[in-house]
Design a protein around this ligand. Sequence first.
Ligand code: F6R
Length: 361
Amino acid sequence: EKGGHKHFMAKEIAEQPTVLSDALSHYLSGDTIDLPDAVPDFATIDRIVMVACGTAYLACATAKYWIERMAGIPVEVDIASEFRYREPPIGPNTLAIFVSQSGETADTLAALRHVAEKAQILSVVNVAESSIARESDVALPILAGAEIGVASTKAFTCQLLVLLLLALRAGTDRGRLAPETLAETLEGLRTLPGRMNQALQTSDRIAKVARKLAEADDILFLGRGQMYPLALEGALKLKEISYIHAEGYASGELKHGPIALVDRTVPVIVMAPHDALFDKTVSNMQEVMARGGQIVFVTNSTGAAEAGDGAMAVIEMPDVPDVLAPILYAVPAQLLAYHTAIAKGTDVDQPRNLAKSVTVE
Ligand code: F6R
C-alpha cells in the first residue's frame, strides 16, 4: 500500500509528478484550460476572497500573487477560523474560493456557509463528494488521489496547480494576459512533472543536510514574493512532523525583528529561484550569513553560481518558468521536513496531536 516506500508521506511526495500530470491532462486540452461552465467569467468578478486552513491556506496565499498579477482582481486571503467570525463585506460580484483537501474541515465549511447566500462559491477540493464540494456552486477536483499522510504534500502542489490554472483563466477573461504568456506557461506546465522528477533526485542530498537540521532547536525559512507563502509552508511542514520550532518570514521582514534570533545555532532555509527578486533575497541572506547564520540555499544553477558561496548547503532545482517555482520548490520543502523528522525518529505519517481531517472547530 506504501508502494515500496517506508511512509505514506514519502510515497505521496514521490507521486507528485504523476498526479500533477493527471491533473494537467484533466484540465488542459491543447492550449485551452478546460473548466466547468459554472466557473464564472472573471470579467464579471470584482473581488475574490480565498479561505482555507493550514497548508490549503498557504496554497491560497500563493495564488493571491498569481491572480493579482495576471488578472488584476483584488484578492483577500483569510484563515477559515477567522473569516467565519468576521463580517466580511461581500458584494454581488465577489467570488469566494474555498480550498480543502478533505472537503470536511469544520472551519472551512462553516466559513463557506457564512457567505453562501451572498457570494458565488467555488471550491478546490481533493475529495469530490465532500461536504465543501457539495455545498459549492462549482467544485474543482485537484485529482491528487487519496492522501493518507497527515502532513499534506501532493494535495498542496495539486491545489497550486488548479489555482494557477484559475489565475490563467482569470487573466484571459479580463484580457490582461498576453496569449504568448499563456502559451509559455502552459508549455512550462507540461514539462513540470519531469522537472519535479529531477527535484526528487535531491532527496539523498537533502537527507544529509537534514541530519544537521535535526540538531537545531529553531529553524527559519525565508522567501520573497510568491516564495514567501512557500517559506511559511516549509516551516509548517517541518514543525508538524519533526517538532522542531520553525518560522517562515518574508525575507524583507527579517531586519524588522527576527534577525535578532540568528546565530550559529539557527539554520536558515532560503527559497530563492533566480527570478526578478533574487538579488533582494540574496542581500537578506547575506545579512544572515554576516551574523553566523547557517544557510541552506534552495535555488537553481544560476542562483547557485551567483550566490551559493558561504552557504552550509546548496540544493539545486532545475529551471522552470518563474511562475512555476512555488510548485517545484514545494518538493525540497517537503523533503527537508521529511528527512529531518526521520533523523529525529518521529512518526512522520501520524505526528502527535494532529488529525488528518479536522472536523471539529
Ligand atoms: C498540514 C496540513 C493541514 C491541512 C489543514 C486543512 O500539513 O495537512 O494544515 O492542510 O488541516 O485541511 P483540509 O485541506 O483538508 O481542509
